[in-house]
Design a binder for this molecule. Structure first.
Ligand SMILES: NC(=O)c1ccc[n+]([C@@H]2O[C@H](COP(=O)([O-])OP(=O)(O)OC[C@H]3O[C@@H](n4cnc5c(N)ncnc54)[C@H](O)[C@@H]3O)[C@@H](O)[C@H]2O)c1
Length: 341
């Protein structure tokens, strides 16, 4: 028998590949196109919920296969929102890439940084198409790991942004992200560090929420005509009124959205408030992100439409990006090989 060699890629290995935003967007767009064409296999995330410290803790299994790309694998990812208080990341996990012909594992890689790249890239892909082209004010609500990633990718996708408003409930987090963006050359325009969600969000052109999703923040009257909002917390950052006034409502995958809505019914936050995904139910879905990327649905019909996208997070995007990472790592000789058998 031949021996089976597996490539191990740490987070630092992946960072060292220095993937440019366009490469990451390309990997995500490939997954979106395959989603639209139906050339994939993916299931609503199954998981376990070790609720020791927080009822919202999860570890999800996310297998996927992209037929055209010829990539398959599994992401095994945990979300423990109280981890930052223990000096640990909220999102942690590993991703396995398998060979599509033999099923043999090819690589095992950190999936936390990868999740940051793919989630921000998905938001950027849909923002690029649905935000008004002259959008200049970006509201960034939630300035943790995803907030930083979203800043980078949304600025790449929306070249007209001149003002970024930062807000976070954690003292100092918004100012720290604004300062980091400036120091690292990510953004040199106007930065406004806000002291309330309203100051951040009201009348912004583009609203990106990357919070822990345990508070319905966005009020109907703050979301102006023509604005575009993208939220990665299953719609939990929106009040029912704000969510349901959308003229166009977009998700990444309808079965995924329905599954998450269903399992969240009755969920409460620490303050005993309703914490259901998609407050008030899932609004009528205008399109998937994939159908917009594939050109089957127009992203926007007028300057006045309010558009909201809620990507739940598709495994096909992770596996597509993992495939790109693996190819780059092989080319650049990055990572460590070990013999599995
Ligand atoms: N949809 C997807 O594909 C996807 C993928 C990964 C993560 N997520 C979700 O994204 C969210 C953020 O993940 P992360 O890794 O950045 O976590 P993180 O803990 O690094 O950051 C979350 C930030 O939100 C802030 N926050 C919490 N409540 C807030 C509020 N009401 N207003 C303003 N700020 C608030 C926190 O203080 C923190 O800085 C989590 O809910 C996670 O489950 C979604």
């Amino acid at each position: 028998m031949k021996s089976i060699e597996v490539l191990l890629l740490s987070q630092q290995d992946i960072i060292s590949l220095n993937l440019d935003p366009q490469t990451v967007l390309g990997a995500v767009e490939q997954a979106m196109l395959e989603h639209s064409n139906g050339s994939y296999e993916m299931h609503p995330k199954i998981g376990v919920h070790p609720t020791g410290t927080d009822p919202d803790n999860f570890i999800h299994a996310m297998p996927a296969y992209l037929k055209q790309l010829g990539a398959c694998g599994l992401k095994w990812v945990g979300g423990f929102a109280k981890n930052p208080k223990r000096d640990l990341p909220n999102i942690t996990g590993i991703q396995v890439c398998n060979d599509v012909d033999t099923g043999v594992p090819l690589a095992i890689m950190d999936c936390a940084y990868l999740t940051g790249l793919r989630t921000a890239a998905v938001s950027a892909v849909i923002a690029q198409r649905c935000a008004l082209p002259d959008s200049s004010v970006l509201a960034l609500c939630g300035c943790g790991f995803q907030g930083g990633m979203h800043l980078r990718f949304l600025l790449h996708a929306l070249r007209g942004i001149r003002t970024v408003r930062f807000y976070d409930v954690r003292p100092g987090a918004a100012a720290a992200l604004a300062e980091r963006a400036r120091n690292e050359g990510v953004y040199s325009g106007e930065c406004l560090v806000c002291t309330s969600a309203e100051e951040c969000i009201r009348d912004a052109d583009v609203i990106s929420t990357c919070t822990n999703g345990d508070e319905q923040i966005i009020r109907k009257e703050w979301f102006k005509p023509g604005a575009f909002g993208v939220g990665i917390e299953g719609g939990c950052a929106y009040t029912s009124g704000a969510l349901h006034q959308a003229d166009k409502f977009i998700v990444d995958d309808v079965p995924l959205a329905e599954y998450f809505q269903k399992i969240s019914i009755g969920r409460k936050n620490d303050r005993g408030e309703d914490n259901t995904e998609f407050p008030g139910g899932i609004p009528p879905v205008y399109s998937t992100i994939g159908d917009i990327v594939a050109g089957k649905k127009a992203p926007r019909h007028s300057r006045e439409e309010r558009i909201i996208a809620i990507p739940i997070g598709m495994a096909i995007c992770d596996i597509s990006l993992g495939h790109t990472v693996l190819e780059r790592a092989k080319q650049q000789g990055v990572g460590h090989r070990f013999t599995l058998s």
